[in-house]
Design a protein around this ligand. Structure first.
Ligand code: TYD
Length: 207
């Protein structure tokens, strides 16, 4: 099958500790070994806008300014994503717009009315929409246990907050763009489910 047929844009989402980084790497490796052209990327990006984002949650600028920084990083990043996708590559992205809906949706509670709707209105007019979003679902308690040794993480990973984020993801994942994967298993098992979901979505797009 020619690589051009296989292009697309797939995002990996889930709470901290859900394994997005490990799984997206494994999926990229497996597909590359099959001869596919894969562009693996993620957010916050490694550019200066991504650095600004990381700084914003170390030196707290407040939920509203932080939200705008995540969106600015995404606005810049999506040009890059579009370029790779249009060149016929399969783009895999570790976190994307749903992270903002889930996390800033929780952070903006009490700051604006209906935070997720607010963020959607701010985003949808310009957003490059993924063809498929893989939601790696785990309980907040397990996420917290898995990241216990990553000490640099501060505010984002408190249990109550992560539970709220998980609830937001559960609601978002009812959309047709999503496939929910049980991410409690081994990385090998979860990566295999992720690849199967990508293949199913491609097969349905070709029909
Ligand atoms: P993470 O995926 O852990 O990236 P890294 O380990 O490379 O810094 O993301 C960092 C944190 O940022 C994570 O707790 C989730 C949060 N986040 C948001 O709150 N909103 C967003 O839009 C994104 C992309 C991430």
């Amino acid at each position: 099958m020619p690589a051009a047929v296989l292009h697309g844009f797939v995002t990996f989402e889930g709470i901290d500790g859900s394994g997005k980084t490990t799984i997206s790497r494994k999926v990229a490796e497996t597909l590359r070994a099959r001869g596919e052209s894969v562009f693996l990327t993620g957010e916050p990006t490694k550019t200066w806008t991504g650095e600004a984002v990381r700084r914003s949650y170390k030196d707290d600028v407040g939920p509203l300014a932080e939200s705008f920084l995540f969106l600015a990083d995404r606005a810049a990043h999506q040009d890059d994503i579009r370029r790779h996708r249009d060149a016929g590559e399969l783009v895999l992205c570790d976190r994307y717009a749903d992270s903002t809906y889930a996390y800033q949706g929780a952070r903006l509670a009490g700051v604006v009315d209906r935070p997720i709707d607010f963020l959607r209105r701010m985003t949808e007019p310009w957003l490059l929409t993924p063809d498929l979003t893989l939601y790696l679902r785990i309980p907040a308690e397990l996420g917290l246990r898995r990241i216990a040794d990553r000490s640099e993480k501060v505010r984002f990973e408190e249990l109550r907050f992560l539970r709220r984020v998980a609830r937001n993801y559960d609601a978002l994942a009812k959309g047709r763009r999503f496939v929910t994967l049980d991410a409690r298993g081994t990385p090998e098992a979860v990566a295999a489910m992720a690849i199967a979901a990508i293949e199913r979505r491609r097969a349905s797009r070709k029909r």
